[in-house]
Write a protein that binds this ligand. Sequence first.
Ligand code: NAP
Length: 284
Amino acid sequence: MATILKGGEVARAKKSGIMKRVDALKERGICPALCIVMVGDRKDSHAYVKGATKALTGCGIDCHLAHFPEGINQNQLLEEINAINKNPEYNGIIVMRPVPDTIRWGAIEEAISPEKDVDCITIKNLSKLFKGEGGGFYPCTAKAVVDTLDHYGIKVEGKKVVVVGRSLVVGKPAAMLLLQRNATVTICHSKTLDLGRITSEADIIVAAAGVPHLLGANSVNRESIVLDVGINVVDGKLTGDVDFDRVEPLVSMITPVPGGVGSVTTSVLMENIVTAAQRLAGEI
Ligand code: NAP
C-alpha cells in the first residue's frame, strides 16, 4: 500500500502562514485582493470562480469578478485589463481560459501587469522562472507540485524525475522548478515513444497530460512517487492521468484525484496574491 500524499494536508499547513501574512497586511490598512477576469459564461469558469472566492475570502483575501459578455472585443478587454492594472484595490489578476476566438490570448499575456500576474502568464515572470531568478511568480499548479513534495519531506536532488506534459501552464514550469532543485528531469509529451518504459524508470513521476488513466500498472515501479496533476471528467466523475486503483498498490507514494495536487493550487494562488500585495506596498 502506498502512502497517500494528501493535498488537503498541504493546503491546511500553508493556510496558517497565509492568514498571518494577511492579518499583518490588514493591520497596515492593506487588504489583499484578486480580480478574476471572465469573458462569457462557461460553466467550468463559473465553478472555478465560486470555489476560488470561497477559499480566498475564507483566508481574508478579497475576490472580485470582472465579468464581460462573450461579444466584448479585444481592444475593449485590453482596456478593462489596463484599468485593473492601475486599480490599487487589486493586487492580483487572473484571466479565465479559454477566451473567445475573437481575442488573442497572447494579447492578454502582454496586457497584464507583471507585478499583478499571480498566475505567471507574462513573459517577464515566465522568463524569471526559466532563468531561475527570484522576484516573480511561479505558475500555481507547478508550484503546488513542488510544495507537495516539500511538505512530505521528499528530496528531489539527484532524483530521476519524469514530467508528462509540456504546457506552459503545468508541465514546463514544473520541470523548471524541479530542475532548479537539481533533479534530473525528463519531459515527455504526446510524441514520446515508449512512455511507460520512461516513467517506470523514474523516481518521481509528475503526470500532467490531461489524458485519463494514461499511466497504469506498467508505468511505475515499487519505489515510484507519483504526483497526478490531471483533472479529467469520466462518466461524471473526476479522475486523474493515473489509473489510481491499479497503480496505488504498486508504488511507494501517490497523490489522489480529487484531493491531491489540485487542492494545493488555490493556496499557492493565495500566497502569490499576498506576495504581490507586500511587494506593491514596498514591504518586500
Ligand atoms: P494541455 O495544455 O492540454 O497540455 C497537455 C500536455 O500533455 C501536452 O504537452 C501534451 O503533449 C501532453 N500529452 C497529451 N497527450 C499525451 C499522451 N498521450 N502522452 C504523453 N503526453 C501527452 O494541458 P495542461 O493545461 O498542461 O493541463 C494538464 C492536465 O492538468 C489537465 O488534466 C488539466 O485539467 C490539469 N490541470 C490541473 C490543475 C490543478 O490545479 N491540479 C491546474 C491546471 C491543469 P503535446 O505538447 O505533444 O501536445
